[in-house]
Ligand binder design. Structure first.
Ligand SMILES: CC(C)(COP(=O)(O)OP(=O)(O)OC[C@H]1O[C@@H](n2cnc3c(N)ncnc32)[C@H](O)[C@@H]1OP(=O)(O)O)[C@@H](O)C(=O)NCCC(=O)NCCS
Length: 179
């Protein structure tokens, strides 16, 4: 079987990103704030703007998309904290190292941009994502926010996300108090 590769997408790859993003939202609606229904109506201009705003990483093998992740700084505090978001791996490719490859590429891109920490907001009930992020080196913090998901009824009104933080420097680094 050939190698898993991770590509940094450019603005011109917007249609490819759109396809995998909508697949992710349809397959795991409970994991994402956004809904596929809403994003399916976005214009080309809007997709292009999204591509410019954050780094989009696409994992694949033999031309087949296996997963996606994004890294950006919008909404984070200070200029050295980036955010990892939109992480998704196709169900068939879970447990095969695709998520790790995506995060390695994301951390590399963040370091190249001079970032010192990556924050990852993840549902406290999303055991698999929390376990994966922990094994990669993300640390849990006390920062919590309510889970807000469009188009999905969450049984638990108290559902929360927590911020997990990955130091990107060579030393273990302090976790910033504001994210
Ligand atoms: C989150 C995601 C990207 C992780 O990728 P993955 O390929 O599944 O991750 P891995 O299999 O490498 O690692 C998951 C770890 O959690 C463990 N695990 C599996 N199910 C679990 C559960 N319900 N609770 C706790 N741990 C669990 C696995 O054993 C594995 O640990 P190990 O490496 O020590 O064996 C993927 O599961 C996914 O796309 N999920 C749906 C979308 C999603 O939730 N995205 C995150 C949004 S914030």
């Amino acid at each position: 079987m050939s190698e898993i590769t991770v590509r940094r997408l450019t603005e011109e790859d917007w249609a490819e990103y759109r396809e995998v993003r909508l697949r992710a939202l349809r397959e795991s609606p409970e994991a994402f704030v956004a809904s596929a229904e809403e994003e399916a109506d976005y214009s080309e201009d809007r997709w292009r703007a999204r591509m410019r705003r954050s780094q989009r990483l696409l994992a694949g093998r033999d031309g087949e998309a296996l997963g996606v992740a994004s890294v950006g700084t919008e909404g984070t505090s200070g200029d050295t904290v980036g955010e990892l978001f939109g992480l998704w791996v196709t169900p068939e490719a879970r447990g095969t190292g695709v998520a790790r490859r995506l995060l390695e590429a994301g951390a590399r891109a963040a370091r190249e941009d001079g970032l010192k920490h990556l924050v990852y907001w993840v549902g406290t009930d999303n055991g698999r994502a929390v376990a994966f992020a922990s094994s990669f080196g993300f640390r849990p913090t006390d920062n919590r926010r309510p889970m807000e998901i469009k188009g999905v009824d969450i049984d638990d009104d108290d559902a929360e996300e927590m911020a997990m933080v990955l130091p990107l420097g060579s030393s273990s680094g302090d976790i910033p108090t504001s994210l």
